[in-house]
Design a protein around this ligand. Structure first.
Ligand SMILES: Cc1cc2nc3c(=O)[nH]c(=O)nc-3n(C[C@H](O)[C@H](O)[C@H](O)COP(=O)(O)O)c2cc1C
Ligand code: SF4
Ligand code: SF4
Length: 246
């Protein structure tokens, strides 16, 4: 079983590619209604994006609820650049035999502009090759730790990550502009079910994973987060995949 969480599709694509290469199945943790029975599983995988040099809290709490079995376990995080100590910290929640980071297009539009077209294509192509290598190692049950931790990893994954989870996951700065056509997609697709349509405009509740799916995937580019996101490129992997990989 490969469990995944994904905001803008990078980690979902990685999970599905791995499942295909390993002959396994994927499960989106945001749609599971109960903790799955993993007793008979031969391998357990986790795929998720890096948020502020850490694993999403949601993924960590899910993993902590899973029973620890003798199955081979692995984790693959997707990140724009570097993962810090995220995989070592995740391994304390659920022990991993193998850990990988995979550089994928950056979706953190709130902090910076997303990657340009050439970088997006280059990252996805490189990830395809790396996934072949990863799946080969996983099939051989090799124990591997291949994670791009980056500089000052300890500091970023502790202090900065703590600050992100406590103070930066607010929905207060989200708003929809007059470009919104009330299609309702953002409300339908929010994994935290925090967006509702009020008077034909999205309205944000308090619970938010900061996955940035709403802002990146609005077909009208009508969502902004404060002033910084105006004029920045939106990113979702859907625009870069062939039909059979959507
Ligand atoms: C809130 C937030 C924080 C992020 N922090 C980092 C980070 O610390 N390091 C990094 O390399 N990428 C970071 N990113 C980029 C994502 O990890 C990366 O684009 C990831 O592949 C997105 O996966 P998804 O499409 O499955 O949501 C961040 C993205 C978001 C939304
Ligand atoms: S997805 Fe965009 S256009 Fe559709 S309701 Fe939400 S903000 Fe409006
Ligand atoms: S409101 Fe939060 S959880 Fe919902 S899609 Fe937007 S960023 Fe993700």
């Amino acid at each position: 079983m490969i469990f995944y969480f994904s905001g803008t599709g990078n980690s979902r694509w990685v999970a599905k590619q791995l499942a295909c290469l390993l002959g396994d199945q994927t499960y989106d943790i945001t749609t599971l209604t109960e903790i799955p029975d993993i007793k008979k599983e031969k391998q357990i995988g986790f795929v998720f994006p890096i948020y502020a040099w850490g694993a999403p809290e949601l993924m960590e709490s899910f993993a902590m609820k899973l029973p620890k079995t003798g199955a081979f376990s692995f984790g693959v995080c997707t990140c724009g650049e570097e993962a810090g100590m995220a995989m070592k910290q995740f391994s304390k929640r659920y022990p991993l035999d193998s850990s990988y980071s995979l550089v994928m297009p950056n979706n953190y539009i709130v902090g910076t502009d997303t990657d340009d077209e050439a970088t997006i294509h280059a990252k996805i192509n490189a990830a395809r090759k790396e996934l072949q290598k990863i799946s080969g190692e996983l099939l051989q049950r090799k124990k591997v730790y291949r994670v791009e931790e980056g500089s000052l990893a300890g500091l970023k994954s502790s202090l900065v990550n703590f600050g992100f989870n406590r103070f930066a996951r607010s929905t207060k700065s989200f708003y929809a502009t007059s470009l919104c056509n009330a299609c309702g997609l953002c409300a339908k697709n929010c994994p935290a079910h925090t967006i509702t349509m009020v008077n034909n405009l999205p309205s944000w509740g308090t619970r938010c994973y900061q996955c940035l799916r709403c802002i990146n995937e609005c077909p009208k580019q009508a969502i902004q987060y404060g002033k910084g996101t105006e004029g920045r490129r939106r990113y979702t992997i859907q625009n870069y995949l062939p039909q059979d990989e959507q």
